[in-house]
Design a protein around this ligand. Sequence first.
Ligand SMILES: *Cc1c(COP(=O)(O)O)cnc(C)c1O
Length: 972
Amino acid sequence: MPTLADLENSTEFLARHLGPREAEQASMLNAIAADGAALPSRRALVEAIVPGAIARTQAMDLPAPVTEAQALAELKAIAGKNQVLKSYIGQGYHGTLTPGVILRNILENPAWYTAYTPYQAEISQGRMEALINFQTMVTDLTGMDMANASMLDEATAAAEAMTLAARAGKSKSTRFVVAHDVLPQSLEVIRTRAKPLGITVDVVHCTELAANLAATPAFGVLLQYPGVNGQVRDLRPLIAATHAAGALAIVAADLLALTLLTPPGELGADIALGSTQRFGMPMGAGGPHAAYLACKDAFKRSLPGRIVGVSVDAHGAPAYRLALQTREQHIRREKATSNICTAQVLPAVVASMYAVYHGPVGLKRIAERVARYTAIFAAGLKQLGHTLLHDTAFDTLQVALPDTAHRDRLLAAAVAAGCNLRAASADTVSVSLDETTTRADLQTLWRLFAQLAGRTERPSVEALAETPALLPAELMRSSAYLTHPVFNTHHSETEMLRYIRQLSDKDLALDRSMIPLGSCTMKLNATSEMIPITWPEFAGVHPFAPADQLAGYTELNELLTGWLVQATGYAGISLQPNAGSQGEYAGLLAIMAWHASRGEGHRKICLIPESAHGTNPASAQMVGMQVVVVKCDANGSVDLDDLQAKCEKHAANLAAIMITYPSTYGVFEPRVKELCAMVHRFGGRVYVDGANMNALVGIAAPGEFGGDVSHLNLHKTFCIPHGGGGPGVGPVCVVEDLVPFLPGHATAGQVREGGVGAVSAAPLGNAAVLPISWMYIRMMGADGLTAATETAILNANYVAARLAGHYDIHFSGGSEVVKGGGVAHECILDLRPLKDATGVSAEDVAKRLIDYGFHAPTLSFPVAGTLMVEPTESEPLAELDRFCNAMIAIREEIRQVEAGALPREDNPLKNAPHTAASLLASDWAHAYSREMAAYPVNSLRAGKYWSPVGRVDNVYGDRNLFCSCVPVGLSE
Ligand SMILES: *Cc1c(COP(=O)(O)O)cnc(C)c1O
């Protein structure tokens, strides 16, 4: 008879998270075992692969796992500790109504949220169309020439704009000027970014800007439009003064306001930026939201971040792909224009769809309503005898109060009435209205202000209904926007639903097939993990609401960081960075600040192995470190002799080394402890890039084997979906003596003395997606997480063993009981010998996999001409076999090219992927059959993914750069 505990099945989720069944694992282990050797268990495999020297000394101390239903109930109780008040705080975060059709069919739809970054253009046409809509929306509304596809948040976009201006402008000055009414969190992030780069940041009142610039040069000026306290200022004189001083003008602008106001581009701005949050993304305590960055044509090649462009496919039809990739960190490394890798694609898609659904007319109506309510509210406040500080406004009013005591009394009364106002200064409050504001809300607000003024009468919305907006006449927008048909077609819910479906049908995401991307860990994003992110208790909270209203988030933060401390062996963790790259940046800042605190601020050399991910050198460059490359051996392991030599040479100035563990080749370098000790001996700190934590959790902890700092990618190891390229969360983890140097957040009242300042706009970064990782760990427990790591290693070794007779596998392990020596959680297939023999490249294989219904493995990282396969623990044996069978069938095709049975230039690999249209054309002039093109294996007849476009031409697109919606006619 089973025990009651068996029936309660508290590990039910583990069985759902892992792909291979218990019963299948024995046969997989048999396939992996070297000839004559035995692998009795998964544990035996792991012990054969992972060096004993780095093994954890203690198991992780985590709560015992609970079922999906119980975890949801526990989290609901935590969420309930947040108080969701109506927010009038503004300051870059506004209430918004996510249209149901977008909420359910994008934000909550795995076809959108489980997709990867659109590097494989052919299987990403749907989300790239959504992103080109985003870029078009931004360029139209801002009046700029060119926009990228999404930034991490408004504050980091402002910091990127500053460095863009420094790079692209002609000024030699190192001074950056920020207007007095810029969002305080943007200023804070700018200051953090500026310091290590030697940029001086000065805050100047707008009224003094012209004189100030005439007296002291600057390379850039940041203005906010409208200002944080609501004033709508004519920026033209300020921009003219900026240009006269030889500086570039940057405008942070509210997109909703720009439907009514003359856009920054027409005011003369060189760069524009801002948040798209209020276009349908909940506030979520600060993120995730897509920010935007746009610029004049002249700066387009310096613009950081991803840009989607239009190119043509092999048949001459228009097709999208990521443009100008040569600017990006993975190519340019320390010379990259930024270190952004994971961005905010899913929130950008939501924002673009919000614009598609509402269209220019709908958006303008929303903006006019907000502006009208604001004017009505202002008129009522005046009736009540209140004084407003500005006579212009879009959505925000700043109200003068007698003193701080009155201000505090009003704020408290507001909270009691269920709303948050903003303390704009010691004796003023500001009130920001938004899309969700109603007549009843105005009555509530008036009542509060009336009571404060001791007045009994109440203004009437009806009586004031026709009060004109407080927008200055000389700033009213006359230019058209969002004129493209895509913004003027899908306005009924039926059409919108179908448009969303039509786009997602073009793409391959995890809801269709495995995505074996090495280094990216495309594992299961379980539905029960995803459910909480749109709970109003998490989604409805403003990041700068009073701290006691965020108690649920505080508890979530404490629990999650405590668990991650267990997983990593570190002493302190900040969840603020909103991508791995940002975690790297925050970690390197901590190292720099630690050196400086010891009077060793001159230590600026950062050693980076040549096999490192591109964000590593790009991050080092961002903190003003100087990158010195360390050699690797053929195995991808750090060459310790070269390391010794570089340490000696740079002993006086050594700041840090950045390694990845297991390495980007998937190698558990056995001498990693020695490596760490060596760098420590020379006074440097060890940064361990934690992107490969999926090979370590429960088995080894970087904080124990010698790391001083790591970042995690919660969107890899801890189940946050990739969202088509974001959002991510990149916690920065440090040992004890570096804890004081973790990022703080003064804007949110979280000051760390001597700390490095804020790295994100919101104190908890992409707070609203943290429940996903919480749910994962809560449902897995310590044993479950360890089982996941072991299974990830099992799956990777199984794929390596099955493909070994067909491809050159880069076996990295030295085990005698595992075939070839074994691999970690991923394996590299070397296609270079085949290219030499047949002309078939790794890219051809990647594209041919599309015909077989698969997303390609990671292409040409960490070694050009290779494919890196990471199956993760979540893929079932049947799917692993389907993938291996596809790879083996492709190898057969290559053999036919090798044997001369297929021409080198006309074969199914070179012409992949094959579209239905090309197969149905009346003339088929290829050297192989249509059947071979479309149905190379029989299983495809049961269900086939059809690539919507043929092979996309990258070079054409970069030569003819075009980054907005394709004009109608061209697309026919
Ligand atoms: C993914 C990855 C990064 C960057 O992380 P993002 O979240 O994309 O910024 C850094 N290093 C390695 C090895 C990675 O795989």
